[in-house]
Design a protein around this ligand. Structure first.
Ligand SMILES: Cc1ncc(COP(=O)(O)O)c(C=O)c1O
Length: 384
């Protein structure tokens, strides 16, 4: 008897995990590969979770999350001007990934097409494929700082296109979509009756005055936008698995039914602590300032390395650097960088064909390690 179904057999380890497996067992490795804040969750948030445990907040919550937490999300987060109804338009999920998986499970019929940027964080494509959809990649390039161009998107729309994913600030490029492009994309969505899924998980990490307004605020968009966000990157809470969706009540309702049947709810103490975290946006600002400093260190360091060209990453904690001048594939470059200098970066090709010739560098380590990693990358490039 074959126990595993055909779908599950197609699941593969992502290239990011594969790099970590290679690095495992080596000593003295500096990782610029990790897509999560390296610092501890702020003490105030941890104390709130301890308080929740002491109060006995250890049971199932409503499937959509506690109403208190949903109210806090509606009234205290960046969504407040959009006036979401906490009772019907918000659901709390197991991180952003939990939000995305519930969403694709309720949206996709076999063969439905979802437009997804190339390069882009790997999981969208994997989840869409698992749920029977087809990921249609929207090519982007360095000349446009990896911003999806409205004309390119429009040319890829077919009668089967159901939704467009946007992710700004972006993983892997750190690029932030301009307001003009966002407006044009919103107009396209209205014209072609598309749903827009806006993954905002990096939207507290913005630099040099960059802004990431919600696309739901553009005319005609609130009713066709599903916002995905989480506390992972903004409050250094990746392991807590607390995320949420704000969107049309009909979609949130089906996601809630799906959550009821698949995983009940997000963890209760985390929801309690999340509501308190929303009273303290200064905690996000403190994290942002740390990343802002490291970003400067990294961009300055890379500018001093012959052959490497950085993009213009105004958000998240990634630089997407052009290494094509060395004549190696991005995978060869990263494998050799790890073998020869013990630095982990992620090959751009892992994020789609348009990422070939680039590497993703995450500044999610201490300043000291970052300085050392830059010196090692410089030595590696000089030896090439
Ligand atoms: C673009 C993007 N969206 C969503 C997530 C999901 O994060 P989480 O499930 O921890 O909220 C990540 C994590 O790396 C990400 O990079």
């Amino acid at each position: 008897m074959e126990w595993i179904n055909e779908k599950a057999k197609t699941l593969q380890q992502g290239a990011i995990r594969a790099m970590f497996d290679r690095a495992n067992g080596m000593t003295g490795v500096i990782s610029l590969g990790i897509g999560e804040p390296d610092m501890a969750t702020p003490a105030l948030v941890c104390d709130a979770a301890k308080e929740a445990l002491d109060k006995g907040i250890t049971h199932y919550t409503p499937n959509a999350g506690t109403l208190d937490f949903r109210k806090a999300i509606a009234q205290k987060s960046y969504l407040k001007e959009l006036h979401y109804d906490p009772a019907s338009e918000i659901i709390v999920t197991n991180g952003g990934m939990g939000a995305l998986s519930l969403l694709f499970l309720v949206l996709l019929n076999d063969g439905d097409e979802i437009l997804i940027q190339d390069p882009q964080w790997l999981n969208y494509v994997a989840q869409v494929a698992y749920c029977g959809g087809t990921a249609v990649r929207v090519p982007t390039d360095a000349a446009h700082n990896f911003e999806m161009q409205p004309e390119t998107i429009e040319a890829l729309i077919t009668p089967k296109t159901k939704a467009l994913m946007i992710n700004t600030p972006n993983n892997p490029t750190g690029s932030v979509m301009s307001a003009e492009t966002m407006e044009k994309i919103a107009q396209l969505a209205v014209k072609h009756d598309l749903l827009v899924i806006s993954d905002d998980v990096y939207n507290t990490l913005l630099y040099e005055g960059a802004q990431a307004p919600s696309i739901a605020g553009f005319p005609g968009m609130r009713e066709r936008t599903v916002i995905v966000n989480s506390f992972s990157k903004s409050y250094a809470m990746t392991g807590w698995r607390i995320g949420f969706v704000a969107g049309p009540a009909a979609i949130v309702d089906r996601m809630t039914k799906c959550q009821e049947n698949f995983n009940a709810c997000a963890n209760a103490p985390g929801q309690y602590a999340g509501a308190i975290a929303l009273d303290h946006p200064e905690l996000c600002e403190q994290l942002r300032q740390i990343f802002e400093r490291r970003r400067s260190i990294l961009l300055e360091g890379l500018a001093g390395i012959e052959g490497i060209k950085s993009n213009d990453p105004k958000g998240a904690f990634y630089v997407f650097a052009d290494i094509s001048s060395f004549g190696l594939s991005s995978e060869e470059f990263c494998n050799r960088l790890l073998d020869e200098q013990k630095v982990v970066c992620i090959p751009g090709s892992a994020f789609g064909a348009c990422g070939e010739g680039f590497i993703r560098i995450a500044y999610t380590c201490s300043d000291e390690d970052l300085h050392e990693a830059i010196a090692r990358i410089k030595a590696f490039c000089a030896a090439l």
